[in-house]
Design a protein around this ligand. Structure first.
Ligand SMILES: *Cc1c(COP(=O)(O)O)cnc(C)c1O
Length: 365
C-alpha cells in the first residue's frame, strides 16, 4: 500500500469560478457552512486497486446510483478542520495530522478503507492552495475543511462496501459566534443517548449525528441551545454535546473533563486545551462527572465555570443547565476567567500571534 500514499493529485482548475465581486460579497458575511469555494478534492478506492484518481477539480454535484450503499446503511465518516489566516497574511492548518489519524480510526470502526494519513494531509493542503482567494478578510474568518468518505459500491447487500469515495470540500466561515461566544444553555436529555459502550461514539460518523438530532430538537423546544448527553449505561455521567466536548472549572482552579471511555469523540480541541491548561500550571483530571454532582457543585460554588469545545466554535461558555424540573446556573452565567484565558491561548496559537511550542501549526503559505 506504500504506493498509495505517493499518489499525485491532478489539478483541473475551475474554468468559470465565482466572479470576484460576487465572491467578495459572499465573504463579507459568510456565516457558517453555507458559502463554498470553487474546488473540491476526490480520491477513489476500490478493493484490489487501492486508492486512485486523486484530483482537485471544480466543485460539482455528485451523481450516485440509488443503490449506492451509503444511502442505505450509512457507511460514512467525516472530519472538520480549519485553515486559519495567520496574522502575517499567510495561512496554516492546525494539527491536521491529528485529524488524519482520527479519520483513519473512524474508517476502521466503520469497516471502511483507511485513507493513508499522508493523502489526507495532502488533500487538505491542495484544496486550500487552490482556493486561497476564499479566506474571508474578516475578524475570525477561516476556511473550514470538510473531508468525508462514503461507501460507493452499488449493492444492497449488508457488508462493508468494496468501493469508497473520499472528498474534501471547503466552506468560508466567519467567527462561529460574532463578538465572542455568548454562554449557551444546555438541555440534559433524559430519553435519548448518543453512544453506548461498544458503539460508534468515538468515531466521527454521520450516523452519530443523525441519532442526536431528535434530542437536539427537544433541547430547542425546551428553550435551550444545545443538548448534553448522559452515558447510556447508568444515565448519570456527563458525556458531551452533540458535537462538542465539555470541561468543568472548579473553585481551586483545576479542570475536569470526561475521560475518553469509547463513547466520547476524542476532540482535538479538547486535547489541545488539556495541554495548554497543564502548561499554565493548572491541574486537569480526566474523570467521570455526574449530573447530580454538577448541580450540587454549581449550587455550592465549587464549580466556577463550564465550557464546551470543538473546532467550529472553539470554546463556548455554558451558562445554564436544564432538565425536567431542574435548572441551575454556572458562575455568573457568562464567560469565566479560566475559560477566556484558555480560549485566547488557543486562538492566538492558531492565528500565529503566540509562539507554537508544540508544533501544532502547519504553515501552507
Ligand atoms: C468533532 C466533534 C467534537 C470536537 O472535535 P474537535 O476535534 O475538537 O473539533 C466533539 N464531539 C463530537 C461528537 C464531534 O463530532
Amino acid at each position: 500500500m506504500a504506493a498509495d500514499s505517493n499518489l499525485s493529485f491532478a489539478f483541473d482548475p475551475h474554468a468559470d469560478p465565482v466572479p470576484v465581486s460576487e465572491r467578495d460579497q459572499l465573504l463579507a458575511n459568510p456565516g457558517f457552512g453555507r458559502v463554498f469555494t470553487d474546488h473540491m478534492v476526490t480520491i477513489r478506492y476500490a478493493d484490489g486497486r487501492g486508492w486512485h484518481d486523486a484530483k482537485v477539480h471544480p466543485r460539482v454535484p455528485l451523481q450516485i446510483d440509488p443503490a449506492c450503499s451509503v444511502l442505505h446503511y450509512a457507511q460514512e465518516i467525516f472530519e472538520g478542520l480549519k485553515a486559519y489566516r495567520l496574522a502575517d497574511g499567510g495561512a496554516a492548518l492546525f494539527r491536521p495530522e491529528a485529524n488524519a489519524r482520527r479519520f483513519r480510526e473512524s474508517a476502521e470502526r466503520l469497516a471502511m478503507a483507511q485513507l493513508p494519513e499522508e493523502l489526507f494531509l495532502e488533500s487538505c493542503r491542495q484544496l486550500v492552495k487552490a482556493d486561497r482567494d476564499w479566506f474571508p478578510q474578516i475578524e475570525g474568518g477561516s476556511l473550514y475543511l470538510r473531508p468525508f468518505m462514503i461507501a460507493s459500491e452499488v449493492f444492497l447487500g449488508v457488508k462493508p462496501s468494496s468501493e469508497y469515495l473520499y472528498m474534501v470540500i471547503a466552506s468560508a466561515v466567519g467567527a462561529y459566534f460574532k463578538g465572542g461566544a455568548p454562554a449557551v444553555s444546555l438541555w440534559v436529555s433524559q430519553d435519548f443517548t448518543r453512544a453506548a459502550p461498544g458503539g460508534t461514539g468515538a468515531a466521527k460518523c454521520g450516523g452519530n449525528y443523525a441519532a442526536s438530532l431528535l434530542a437536539q430538537s427537544e433541547a430547542i423546544r425546551n428553550g435551550c441551545d444545545q443538548v448534553v448527553f448522559l452515558d447510556a449505561a447508568e444515565r448519570r455521567w456527563i458525556e458531551e454535546l452533540g458535537g462538542m466536548n465539555v470541561f468543568f472549572v472548579m473553585d481551586d482552579g483545576s479542570l475536569v473533563t470526561p475521560p475518553l471511555s469509547g463513547t466520547i469523540l476524542p476532540g482535538i480541541t479538547r486535547d489541545s486545551l488539556i495541554t495548554l491548561a497543564r502548561g499554565m500550571g493548572l491541574t486537569v483530571r480526566e474523570e467521570r462527572y455526574g449530573i447530580d454532582q454538577w448541580r450540587a457543585d454549581a449550587g455550592s460554588g465549587r464549580l466556577r465555570e463550564a465550557f464546551a469545545c470543538g473546532t467550529a466554535a472553539v470554546v463556548t461558555p455554558i451558562g445554564t443547565v436544564r432538565a425536567p424540573g431542574v435548572e441551575f446556573t454556572i458562575g455568573n452565567a457568562g464567560p469565566g476567567l479560566v475559560t477566556e484565558k484558555l480560549r485566547s491561548a488557543l486562538v492566538d496559537i492558531q492565528r500565529g500571534i503566540a509562539p507554537d511550542p508544540h508544533g501544532w501549526v502547519e504553515r501552507l503559505f
